[in-house]
Design a protein around this ligand. Structure first.
Ligand code: DX5
Ligand code: ZN
Length: 220
């Protein structure tokens, strides 16, 4: 399907972790489209964040879709727990396990949307054989693990190539970008063909009374 109107997915990695419920409520009120949750296991990436219990606890704080970015290995044993916690979209990295197609089917078997995440050094070819099975492709524009890193420009070409591939397929597949997205890089991502923008630092900077303006700035 062609590029859709841009959706903003604040990454709660940059929120106040001592007040995640109110933070999710605040970005929901401020006009976010999705809530992006970064799940890190301390060995697939060098950081450790939240498990399914936290996602479940947050679920009642927003009616927006929960976009769960799994940076964990293995993936399959934990998929049911994130489904049960209230995930709407579940994305994972192909490097996390040998059976990417099986994991996609597992996520979809629960009636959830499946996404595949490409690290900066992961080639487009990794997604091509399964593109038609996916609901979302997520291009990492930083190395996963931490918020506040600089956008890696070379990923714009990957976004543009994916835009062409998705349009050629004619299926409804979201094209999401994650990492270093601010009002300037957002514009370039959308120009390259992205239609979902994840942003942590750029949304949560300045405190809750800035969130609406921060989100608006990302829409360009
Ligand atoms: C990084 C995460 C991102 C991160 C983005 O591993 O996947 O979602 O929170 O943070 P910013 O927007 O600050 O680069
Ligand atoms: Zn993420």
């Amino acid at each position: 399907m062609p590029q859709q109107p841009v959706r903003i997915a604040p990454s709660i990695l940059s929120a106040d972790f001592a007040a995640l419920g109110p933070e999710v409520e605040a970005v929901t009120r401020a006009g976010a489209d999705w809530i992006h949750v970064d799940v890190m296991d301390g060995h697939f990436v060098p950081n450790l964040t939240v498990g399914p219990m936290v996602v479940k606890a947050l679920r009642k704080h927003s009616t927006l879709p929960f976009d769960i970015h799994l940076m964990i290995t293995p993936v399959d044993p934990l998929v049911p727990a994130y489904v049960d916690a209230g995930a709407d979209v579940i994305s994972f990295h192909p490097e996390a396990g040998p059976h990417v197609h099986r994991t996609i089917q597992l996520i979809k078997s629960f009636g959830k949307k499946a996404g595949l995440v490409l690290n900066p050094a992961t080639p487009l070819a990794m997604v091509e054989p399964v593109l038609g099975d996916l609901d979302l492709v997520l291009v990492m524009s930083v190395n996963p693990g931490f918020g506040g890193q600089a956008f890696i420009d070379s990923q714009l070409a990957k976004i543009a190539s994916l835009r062409k591939a998705i349009d050629a397929l004619g299926k409804s597949i979201a094209l999401e970008v994650d990492g270093g997205v601010n009002s300037e890089t957002a514009r370039r991502c959308v120009k390259a063909g992205a239609d979902v923008l994840v942003a942590g630092t750029a949304v949560f900077q300045g405190g809750a009374n800035k969130y609406a303006a921060n989100i608006k700035a990302l829409r360009g």
